[in-house]
Design a protein around this ligand. Sequence first.
Ligand SMILES: [Zn+2]
Length: 330
Amino acid sequence: MKQSLLLSLAIVLVWAILGALAAGSRGAAAAGGEAPSAVGGEAREAAPPTENPAEPAAADGELTVTVCVGGTDRRMALNEYLTGVLLAELPGSFHEEAFKAQAVASRTYVLRASEHPKHGAAAVCTDSACCQAWVDPGTVPAADRERAEAAVRATDGMVLRSGGELIEATFFSCSGGRTEAAAAVWGRDLPYLQAVDSPGEEGASHFLDETRVPLTEFCTLLRQEDPKTVFTAGPGGWVGEISYTPGGGVDRIELGGRSFTGKALRKLFGLRSTAFTLELTASEAVFTTRGFGHRVGMSQWGAEAMARGGKGYAEILTHYYRGVSVEPYS
Ligand SMILES: [Zn+2]
C-alpha cells in the first residue's frame, strides 16, 4: 500500500516534470517564431525601441520607423522622422513643391530601408553621407517646422514605385547640370536611375568648384596609385585619352601613360564629383568640378529650379526618377 502510493507520487512527479519541460519548449518555439515575423512581416515595425521603452506608441494606423540617432535606436512616427529629414536636408528658403518632392523621395527611401535595414534594428541612421540627414523637429523654430510638416502632410503616404517595388530614391545636393546613371557609379543599372538634364542649379554653392594640387603632389599620388605611371618632359603631354559617363562624369582618363577611373581620381584628390576638367600648369594641377556627390537620382537644387519654374512635386519626381509611379503606400 505504502509502496503503491510512493509509485503514484513518483508517476505524478514525472508527469509534472515532463509537462514543465514541454511548456518550456513551447515557450521557446513561440519566441523563436515571433522573431522572424517581427523582422520579415511589417518591416516598418522592425523592432521595439532599445532605449526608453516607455515611449508612447504612435497612433493607430500611423507608420513608425526605427532610426539610429547618435548611436541610440529611436522609434518614431514616420511623419515626425520625415519632418526632421526635410529640416536637415533642405534650405528653409526652398519652394514648397521642392519640399514635397523631397518628402516623397525620403519617405520612399526610409520605407525601402525598413525592408532592407542596414543598421541592425534601425532602418536608417542620421548621417547624410550614409542615409538621410535628420534633426529633431522640436529643436528648430516653429515657423520652419510648420513648413516642413505641411509638405509631409500634403504628400501623406505617397511613395515612388517601379515595377511594383519601392525604388532606391537616392538624391544629392547639386549635379552641376546633369545627373549621373547608377550604372556609372555603382555598376548596377536601374531603369529609373539614369542620367537626365538638371538645368537651373547655378545658385548652388557647389555648382562649380576648383581643386588645386601642386604638380609634385599630383605626380606622387598618381605614382602611389599606379607605380607604372611615368611623367617625362613637360606636363603638356601627360594627359591622354578621356572617356565620359552618360552623366558627363569622367569614366576613365589617361595620365602619365596609365589609365585611371574618374572615381579613383575623385578619391585620390578629394574632388567634389567625378564631373571634372583637368588643366595642368607649370606648377599645379587644376581640377574644376561640377556638382557635389554621386549625382545619382534627384538633384535638390534641380528640384528647386523646377519648382520655381512652376512644376509640381510629381513632375519633379518623375523627371529625376524615370518611369516611376507616384502612388499611395499600402
Ligand atoms: Zn546609415
